[in-house]
Design a protein around this ligand. Structure first.
Ligand code: NAP
Length: 418
């Protein structure tokens, strides 16, 4: 297709998707990249260079295609999110972005949410693992090796709510009280009301993604994290629909924790994934006290928000934490952190989160050798105590590097390790 606001590289081929949503990746794919706002101008190019080095070291070539959203799109085209950007992300299937600023209060709505919605990227994936040498607030950060699958389109992300004092909220209140029988439940006076939809469709496709991932990556368990003891028909339904997927769609490859104890005395069949569930508040303490017992987590949107940040804090925080938004046959990798405007353009911040988000992207492409190189090279660089300011201020004897210097140090290690 033709684009006005995006230049398609002259070299390289397109990633294709099969009828089963499997990616077919050439050795010279075209990959769109949004550098992003604020510190995106620093971490975007740094990640691009490291990922290209990993591709080259494994006999491949990434043909980067710059696409624009946020500030860079406003400067060029006077709009926040050009249709061409959305179309390019759709057409080229696998892409990566830096952070985009969302103004608080007035202004436009989150471009990140708009991107996830328009591309139907219904799963937010955050792998949380510890890299040697990264300072952590816990005693045994190496025990953390979890991957959270957070639902990305419903629950609080549905954004259905009404403001106190409006006619609309009054209508909803009257409907709830008069027609739905919740009389004397809502206190008198100003009230804001929200609706929390959790659907069978949304839950099942998310839980499938988590179980598929666990099976493909030799993980032992998938834990459904919910607050179903209180919110029976939303979070409780999430748990029940999750178990339905586990019991009805995978045969002997997946076993529930109850069946495991009832029928097999707790001994799982070889290579099977065990599906269990935990209540969200309990889970927040379990990730601290029984870190090594959890593996893959499947969560509704709000639980996923809290849990994945808490997990991220245990392995070194925002400068490190990678993520990706995934739909059917489509991946948009992005770091967890925001655009940290006070550091924008200073060549100062840590690009690790964006580099490791690129690692997730490489894994989805089936380039596991390149992905492993990226991880090992980043780890070696930190073990060498060559770090950016955020890590340097927490360790003894670190060498403080600029963003670009750190990326070069990672590339040097990557080339040595290849
Ligand atoms: P933020 O940009 O993540 O920054 C908060 C703090 O985290 C920074 O001041 C810095 O801490 C640390 N930090 C973040 N990224 C870092 C990095 N790469 N290296 C080292 N330290 C890093 O959060 P925010 O200030 O709340 O949000 C700013 C804007 O980003 C908002 O408009 C928000 O909506 C947006 N945002 C976008 C995304 C996204 O695009 N997916 C995600 C979250 C937020 P110190 O100052 O202590 O060093």
């Amino acid at each position: 297709m033709g684009y006005d606001k995006v230049e398609v590289p002259k070299q390289g081929e397109q990633i294709e998707v099969t009828g089963d949503d499997e990616l077919v990746v050439p050795d010279d794919p075209i990959i769109p990249i949004i550098h992003g706002d604020g510190i995106g101008v620093d971490v975007g190019p740094a990640a691009q260079d490291v990922l290209q080095a990993a591709a080259n070291a494994t006999g491949r070539e990434i043909n980067w295609m710059r696409v624009y959203a946020g500030e860079s799109a406003r400067e060029r085209y006077d709009e926040n999110l050009p249709d061409d950007t959305i179309e390019a992300l759709k057409e080229f299937k696998v892409s990566i972005k830096g952070p985009l600023t969302t103004p608080v209060g007035a202004g436009f709505r989150s471009l990140n949410v708009a991107l996830r919605k328009r591309l139907d990227l219904y799963t937010n994936i955050r792998p949380t693992y510890h890299l040697d040498g990264v300072p952590s607030p816990v005693k045994r950060p190496e025990q953390m090796d979890m991957v959270s699958f957070r639902e990305n389109t419903e629950d609080v992300y549905a954004g259905i709510e009404w403001e106190a004092g409006t006619d609309d909220v009054q209508k909803v209140k009257e409907f709830v009280e008069d027609e739905m029988g919740f009389d004397s439940t809502i206190h008198d006076g100003p009230v804001g009301i929200g609706i929390k939809p959790i659907t069978e469709f949304g839950t099942k496709r998310l839980v499938r993604k988590a179980i598929d991932y666990a099976l493909e990556n030799d993980r032992d368990s998938v834990t459904l994290v919910h607050k179903g003891n209180i919110m029976k028909f939303t979070e409780g339904a999430f748990r029940d629909w999750g178990y339905e997927v586990a019991e009805e769609e995978y045969g002997e490859k997946v076993i529930t924790e109850d069946t495991l104890w009832e029928e097999r005395d707790g001994e799982p069949p070889e290579d099977a994934v065990v599906v269990n569930d935990r209540i969200a508040d309990n889970m927040l303490q379990q990730i601290l006290t029984r870190t090594d017992q959890y593996d893959v987590l499947a969560l509704p949107n709000l639980n996923g928000d809290y849990l994945s940040d808490a997990c991220g804090a245990q392995i070194g925080g925002l400068g490190i934490a990678p993520g990706a938004n995934v739909g059917d046959g489509r991946v948009l990798a992005e770091p967890v952190h925001g655009s940290a405007p006070k550091y924008a353009g200073q060549d100062k911040v840590n690009p690790t989160a964006m580099i490791l988000s690129g690692r997730i992207m490489l894994e989805f492409m089936g380039w596991d050798d390149a992905a492993d190189l990226v991880r090992d090279a980043v780890e070696q660089t930190i073990v060498d105590r060559k770090v950016t300011y955020d890590i340097e201020r927490q360790i003894e004897g670190g060498e403080k590097l600029a963003t670009s210097e750190y990326a070069n140090a990672v590339i040097d290690n990557l080339e040595d390790l290849a």
